[in-house]
Design a protein around this ligand. Structure first.
Ligand code: NAP
Length: 422
């Protein structure tokens, strides 16, 4: 184990998780793993400790113990070390391979760039994975929320999130405009006057490794289909290329395990071979309505960065919203669990918000560790607590006869339920 961190205290009693094969995410996980945790900004200091309580309860109920290692980023790192993202934080996440974090605030317009995006880039966490399923008892804006059981795989490192953009009035924007208009021939495409310009890179490399993660997941978890979601009818050479490269992976790398929807109809009259994953594609705007109107037909979705951001939040709304929706960022042999929600500054430090999204993100982490028994306990205990109407404010305001609990009391109830169920 490396030492010599100035800004990280490594717990003495725990053992590191070892990566056996980065390509397949195979790990060697001790029963006393060291797991880095960043609480993050705003409500992070409420939901972070709540998640620790529940995840530790699940670990202990299954004969294990997590040794948490606090890391700092965002506001807490500025207070402690006068910088947003200390190098030791990134290095420790890299060394200890499996981590969990709460939200980090990003200023709009001016100010520093997203620390979340920076972390994903520095660690090459190229996949954002969000399982979206309904827990009994959680109110939903749709009439049949139980039909939602999708897992989105969003590309995390490119697209308009690559950060290649120029501010209106800057030297950069003038140069780019001139190049695009005079050398590339788009001379009457942009409006006159002040303008901001961004670039949308989508690569074969970035697309293919993301689509592989989605197909591998579908095969490992007995899912029926992977849908490539794109806006390739309009953005032919970026989003359209995402679709084409996605199909190339499906057709060239998986043999009989994967079949495209076209082949299925041309050769098999729509009847898939047993155990094969069907790969199809949908245009993003259509997909936003399909998730509402044909919810149960979709399974695993693979998307470029921006579509993935929008669509996964829309799916999350169907199962109860941001207080519930979990996520994780995955690279080759590196994993970072993180809820979908942000830092909700107006509720910071009030011990009020729902920690379920952070807890369920931790549950994805337990599954990644291979601790399926602990993961199931977390899901069952959450479901039981919410079904008993012991809930935080966001759920209590939508149901009748509920008991409104603080963040920490809710986590305490879930932990108690884990002990009862074990
Ligand atoms: P937000 O922090 O997610 O909060 C928006 C609203 O969602 C809250 O006002 C609240 O709604 C509800 N909500 C969020 N988390 C909840 C929870 N745990 N329990 C119950 N309700 C919850 O979104 P935002 O206000 O747009 O963003 C705030 C900051 O977070 C921004 O700086 C943004 O950049 C950052 N952000 C970070 C991440 C990340 O770190 N991965 C992700 C998204 C945003 P009600 O008030 O209606 O109850």
């Amino acid at each position: 184990m490396a030492s010599g961190y100035d800004r990280v205290e490594v717990p003495e009693d725990g053992a590191p998780i070892e990566v056996v094969d980065p390509a397949t995410d195979e790990l060697d996980v001790p029963d006393n793993p060291i797991i880095p945790i960043i609480y993050g900004d705003g409500i992070g200091s409420d939901v972070g400790p709540a998640a620790q309580t529940v995840l530790q309860a699940a670990a202990e109920a299954t004969g294990r113990k997590i040794h948490w290692m606090r890391l700092y980023a965002g506001e807490s790192a500025r207070e402690k070390y006068d910088e947003n993202l200390p190098a030791d934080t990134v290095e420790a996440m890299n060394e200890f391979t499996v981590s969990i974090k709460g939200p980090l605030t990003t200023p709009v317009g001016a100010g520093f760039r997203s620390l979340n995006v920076a972390l994903r880039k520095k660690l090459d966490l190229y996949t954002n994975m969000r399982p979206t399923f309904h827990l009994d008892g959680v109110p939903s804006p749709v009439s049949r929320p139980e039909q939602m059981d999708m897992v989105t795989f969003r590309e995390n490192t490119e697209d308009v999130y690559a950060g290649i953009e120029w501010e209106s009035g800057s030297e950069g924007v003038k140069k780019v405009r001139e190049f695009v208009e005079s050398e590339m021939g788009y001379d009457d495409t942009m409006h006159d006057g002040p303008i901001g310009i961004g670039i949308k890179p989508i690569s074969e490399f970035g697309t293919k490794r993301l689509v592989r993660k989605a197909i591998d997941y579908a095969l490992e978890h007995d899912r029926d289909s992977v849908t490539l979601v794109h806006k390739g009818n309009i953005m032919k050479f970026t989003e359209g290329a995402f679709r084409d490269w996605g199909y190339e992976v499906a057709e060239e790398e998986y043999g009989d395990e994967v079949i495209t929807e076209d082949t299925l109809w041309e050769e098999r009259d729509g009847e898939p071979p047993e155990d094969a994953v069907v790969v199809n594609d949908r245009i993003a705007d259509n997909m936003l309505q399909q998730v509402l109107t044909r919810t149960s037909q979709y399974d695993v979705l693979a998307l470029p960065n921006l579509n993935g951001d929008y669509l996964s939040d829309a799916c999350g709304a169907q199962i109860g919203g941001l207080g519930i929706a979990p996520g994780a960022n995955i690279g080759d042999g590196l994993f970072l669990a993180e809820p979908v929600h942000g830092s909700a500054p107006k509720y910071a430090g009030q011990d009020k918000v729902n920690p379920s999204a952070m807890i369920l993100s931790g549950r994805i982490m337990l599954e990644y560790l291979g601790w399926h028994d602990a993961a199931e306990l977390v899901r069952d205990a959450l479901e039981e607590t919410i079904s008993a109407k012991q809930v935080t404010y966001d759920i209590e305001r939508q149901i009748s006869g509920g008991t409104k609990l603080s963040t920490s009391d809710f986590a305490g109830k879930v932990a108690e339920t884990i002990h009862d169920l074990a």
